[in-house]
Write a new protein. Structure first.
Length: 105
């Protein structure tokens, strides 16, 4: 008789639970504070709070900030272009999810 060892793994979706300050977000994505402030102004990131000192960012903001940094550094896209590119990528992801739900390939 074979014995099967089973291992249970428990995890959390970081994007749903993490709250980062402006300084923590900058450290986590290796971006300068000036870049993050510009991305907030352009609508790339949506912090919660009244002022930069009070802002908190979600894990989704961390993902977007990392992508924004790659777009601006690697492709030399300016901040409005980064905002547009991220909006288009979000739209593509939503359309793909919709197609998958409806069974369209």
């Amino acid at each position: 008789m074979n014995e099967t060892n089973m291992t249970s793994i428990e995890g959390r979706v970081v994007e749903e639970q993490v709250q980062l300050t402006l300084v923590e977000l900058c450290q986590a994505c290796s971006a300068e504070q000036e870049h993050v402030l510009t991305w907030v102004f352009e609508g790339v990131l949506e912090p919660v709070g009244d002022s930069p000192q009070d802002w908190t960012f979600s894990g989704e903001s961390l993902r977007r900030a990392r992508l924004a940094l790659r777009l601006s550094r690697d492709l030399e896209i300016n901040p409005p272009g980064v905002a547009l590119a991220l909006d288009l990528l979000d739209e593509i992801a939503a359309l793909r999810a919709r197609m998958q739900r409806t069974g369209v390939r």
